[in-house]
Ligand binder design. Structure first.
Ligand code: FPP
Length: 235
């Protein structure tokens, strides 16, 4: 089985999964969070080099106060626990998105986790938190415009690879496979630049039930695809 170099996942369906069990949405997030830890180990074991997950979007602030507060609590405990996962898996962790909207202690935990894991190189794990692709592009354009204004960059030098240096994902290869769980067939403002040539896999399985067998199924489907990048198929 050919394993994708970079897998991106939209972690969807925690709320519906919990509701189907007669439980509050927060319970789904707790189970979803535990599943993320397991999938990280599985991804590492399979030999995938990059994993990016969409954990909290710029739109998710619109959820009820109770749900947002529950998620913040979960992020706090997860970011702490993630140090152990990083150590165990020799995994570098990077948060993409705009962390400035989070409480100072969460921002500090993100900083500590990134610093602690910065020299690991067996798995590169990106967590999208307060992330939206349009927001990422706008923030990137703002930095780029500032560099032009400061005379560090001339407009003629701006091409695709130059622009990528202004994105949160700078230096990380584009995903080969994007998985969205729980039945929705949308991108929901996730990595719109980076997913330009990525293969998509959608499954009805909700995130808390998406285990290693489901992951392998997605990779098998990916293997059946004919990846041409718009060019001529290799014989
Ligand atoms: C989608 O389910 C999930 C989220 C908005 C949050 C994702 C969070 C986790 C998996 C847990 C924690 C992650 C980290 C990094 C600590 P949903 O609420 O949209 O479910 P629904 O579509 O069924 O309502």
């Amino acid at each position: 089985m050919r394993v994708p170099n970079h897998i991106a996942i939209i972690l969807d369906g925690n709320g519906r999964w919990a509701k189907a069990k007669g439980m509050p949405r927060g319970y789904g997030h707790i189970k979803g969070c535990a599943n993320l830890e397991t999938i990280c180990d599985d991804i590492k074991d399979l030999g995938v080099k990059y994993l990016t997950v969409y954990a909290f979007s710029t739109e998710n602030w619109k959820r009820s106060r109770e749900e947002v507060e529950g998620l913040m609590k979960l992020f706090r405990s997860y970011l702490k626990k993630c140090m152990k996962s990083a150590e165990k898996n020799h995994m570098r962790v990077k948060v993409i998105g705009d962390p400035s909207a989070f409480a100072p202690d969460i921002q500090e935990k993100i900083r500590q986790l990134e610093e602690f894991s910065k020299d690991y190189d067996e798995l590169y794990f990106q967590i999208a938190l307060n992330y939206g692709s349009r927001d990422e592009i706008v923030r990137g354009v703002r930095k780029l415009a500032q560099d032009v204004a400061d005379g560090k960059l001339v407009p003629d030098a701006i091409d695709e690879s130059c622009f990528e240096n202004y994105l949160d994902t700078v230096g990380v290869p584009d995903p080969d496979l994007m998985i969205r769980t729980s039945g929705e067939l949308r991108l929901s403002n996730f990595l719109m630049w980076q997913l330009a040539y990525t293969e998509f896999y959608f499954t009805d399985v909700p995130w808390p039930d998406f285990h290693k067998e489901e992951l392998i199924k997605a990779i098998e489907k990916y293997n059946e695809r004919d990846r041409r990048y718009g060019g001529v198929k290799e014989e």
